[in-house]
Each structure stands twice: as C-alpha cells, then as structure tokens.
Ligand binder design. Structure first.
Ligand code: PMP
Length: 403
C-alpha cells in the first residue's frame, strides 16, 4: 500500500479507489487539522482588528502568502493574490488586464484544449475589445507543431493564455517557448496552472509567466482558496477587479484610491482559514516531494497503458506515451457511453470522472462527445490501479458485448 495513503482520513472512513484527483484532490489530516486549528485558535477577521486574535489571523494569512510566493518562486509577496479558485484568477486577468490593455486589432491566442475557465474569459475580452481570438490546434499527442505556432502567433499577438497541463490530454505545454514569442511583441502570457502546480515544480520566473492561476483544492488545500500570481509591474498598472472593503486606501463620496498590492485585488473579507490550509497543503506536498509524485504517477499510468493496449476497443486521448500524461488518462470504450463506464466502476467503489471535463471544444476537436477519465495523485498505488483495471474489464460484458 502507498505509504502516504494513511495520511488521508477519507480512505479509512469511506474506502474507495479514488481516481478523480484532476477534479479535486483528497485532503491529508495535516490540512484538515490546520484549518481546524485556525478556527479554534485564530478566528477573527484579519487585516482589521487591533486585538490579538485578529492579529494572529493577519499573521497566518501573511505567512500563507509568503509560503505560496516561495513555492512558485515569485519575487515578491505582493505578486500573490488570493482568490477563490483558478476560474476567478483567470477572470481577474481577463477583466482587469484584458479589457484595459488589449485593443481592437490585437490578437489573443489560446488553444482548443483549454478548460472552459480559460476560454470563456478570452471570448468575452475579444468580443468587448474587438481583438481577434485565435485557437492553436494540437497534434494527436497534444503537442503543437512549429508550423502551427508560426502560422497563428503573429506580431499582432498581445496575449497568450494556455494551460500548462491539459486536464484531458495530460500533456505539458511549452510555456517558456510561448512566453518568449509573446514577449517579443510586448505582450503577456497567462498560464493556467490548475493541473500543473499540484504535480510538478512550477517556477514562474524560469517559465517567464506573466500570470499564473491555480486552485488550492487540486493540491489538497481546502475548497474556496485559489491563487493568482502576477508580475508586479503588471498588477500595479491594472485597475481593481472587484471593489469594496479592504481594497481601498481612501474613499470619498466622489471616488476612491486603491490599497497597495496585493490588497487592491482582494476586495471584501478574505479566506484566512483557507489560506492557512493552503500553506499546510504546500508543506505536505513538499514533504512528499515532486520526485515521488512524478515517479508514482508515471509508474501507475504505465500500468494502465500496458493493460489498455490489450483491448482494441479502448482508446486513450492524447499521447501513446504514458510518461506524457501527468497522471491523467482520458479514454473511451467502443459502444459504451462514458457515463455507463463510470456507473459500472462506481458499483465497485472505483471513482472516475465521465463527461466533457469542461472542455467541450476539445471533445469536438477529438471527435468524441464525452470521455471517461482516471486521474492519479500521490496517494494512489498498484492496488488502486488493479481494482480499476478489473472493473474496466467487466464493462463491455455488462453492456452486452464480448459474451
Ligand atoms: N483549468 C484547468 C486546466 C482545470 O483542470 C480546472 C479544473 N477542472 C480549471 C481550470 C478550473 O478550476 P476551478 O474549478 O478550481 O476554478
């Protein structure tokens, strides 16, 4: 059994084979305890009160910000904005940067493999500014050819927004290369790190990322806390996204001035317990280490691929190389709707996802309506994969094939 599994109380309370970590991760006791500790020992509205409890909440919140800054190697705590999730972080960039710094005639480049969260905000920016929205199309294995990049990233491209890891194909996109291209035009790159940050070391400076969005819940933190990293000079010139309490310096009847970063982008009461839990999740993640995560995901994905190869009616989306999947295996079984696959597996307490994975344009591009998806994380092991595969082998029989 995986040595980390015991750290996750859900597996003892509700035994299951959890293969839906791309949707949300399970939480270790360290995170659950941290959030509880906050409420039991530091619970007050931070940044406001001049009494002990409130100051403890303020400190906890600030420590969490520093922890995130170090984790992604940002150069300044002010570059870390706490949000609710990746979706809110990406919308913040679209509304605050996109609507103000992208103009008619500019081009925004994204890809057909994006999660809706990283597609709809750019459709909105294009529609309102008159900019042109251009979609990169990948090869079958999820890579982008140089010809495709040359054809679609012109000198009019002022913003690229792309997932570092696709939540369906699992491929890792070439952020650095794209950053270099858009920077030549004086533009910016927005990185959707929802599926990368929990699985690999992400260094915003090394990548050349101008913005990076991710969700706490996919890296074992509580629900409701997310992050937007933005380069300081960009955040400084952007107007606030939401307005209200905490984000102001001074309010008059005829206007206001804004608080310093990062508070300018954190209107209203913040989520210090979530941030404190996020810090605990990052510390837990670091105690496990990305090498272990990578090695575990690669080994288990390879096991799945080896077995799937024996069944011509199973088709995996994306690369044929299991090491290029970041632990994500989206697949179809001929003649069986993915919802039926998921229901049959559920009867064996194997939890996978079925549907369009909030990536309908990618489903259209791949020519599949929906897919099933198994996604792995650091607590999975060989037993999980064996249970999954045993269950998968029953699917066609139950559906009336292969009598
Ligand atoms: N982008 C990607 C690549 C994702 O996988 C997800 C979550 N499925 C999101 C964005 C949105 O994340 P959230 O729902 O936490 O905002």
């Amino acid at each position: 059994m995986n040595k980390y599994k015991k750290d996750f109380p859900v597996f003892e309370n509700k035994p299951c084979v959890y293969l839906d970590s791309a949707a949300t991760a399970q939480r270790p006791s360290a995170v659950i305890e941290a959030e509880k500790y906050f409420y039991e020992n530091m619970n007050a509205n931070p940044l406001r009160g001049l009494y002990d409890l409130s100051m403890a909440a303020t400190d906890a919140y600030a420590e969490a910000r520093s922890c995130v800054r170090e984790f992604i190697n940002a150069s300044d705590d002010a570059e870390i904005i706490f949000t609710r999730n990746t979706t809110e972080s990406l919308n913040l960039v679209a509304y605050s940067y996109g609507l103000n710094f992208i103009h008619e005639g500019d081009e925004i480049v994204t890809t057909v493999m994006e999660h809706h969260s990283n597609m709809l905000p750019w459709q909105m920016v294009a529609e309102r500014t008159g900019a042109k929205l251009i979609y990169l199309e990948p090869e079958k294995d999820g890579t982008f050819s140089d010809e495709e990049l040359d054809r679609k990233i012109t000198d009019k491209c002022k913003l690229i927004s792309i997932a570092q890891v696709s939540n369906v194909l699992g491929c890792v996109n070439p952020i650095k290369k794209l950053a270099d291209r858009v920077h030549k035009n004086g533009g910016v790159i927005v990185v959707d790190g929802a599926q990368s940050v929990p699985h690999m070391r992400v260094d915003v400076q090394e990548l050349g990322a101008d913005f990076l969005a991710f969700s706490g819940h996919k890296l074992m933190a509580p629900f409701g806390i997310g992050v937007l990293y933005g380069k300081r000079d960009l955040l400084e010139k952007m107007p606030p996204f939401l307005t209200g309490g905490e984000m102001i310096e001074y309010v008059r009847l005829d206007g206001a001035t804004w608080a310093e970063l990062p508070h300018k982008f954190e209107a209203g009461t913040v989520n210090p317990a979530g941030a404190y839990g996020l810090k605990a999740s990052i510390e837990y993640l670091q105690s496990v280490g990305f090498d272990y995560i990578r090695e575990t995901e690669d080994r288990l994905t390879s096991m799945i691929f080896e077995e799937f190869k024996k069944f011509p009616y199973i088709h995996v989306c994306g690369s044929d190389d299991p090491l290029k999947h970041t632990g994500i295996v989206a697949f179809t079984i001929d003649g069986v709707h993915p919802h039926d696959i998921a229901s049959i597996l559920d009867a064996d307490k194997v939890d996978i996802r079925a549907g369009h994975h909030c990536a309908q344009p990618l489903m259209d591009f791949l020519g599949v309506g929906n897919t099933a998806r198994a996604s792995l994380y650091l607590y999975n092991d060989e037993d999980d994969v064996e249970s999954f595969l045993n269950s998968i082998k029953k699917v066609r029989k139950i559906m009336g094939f292969d009598k």
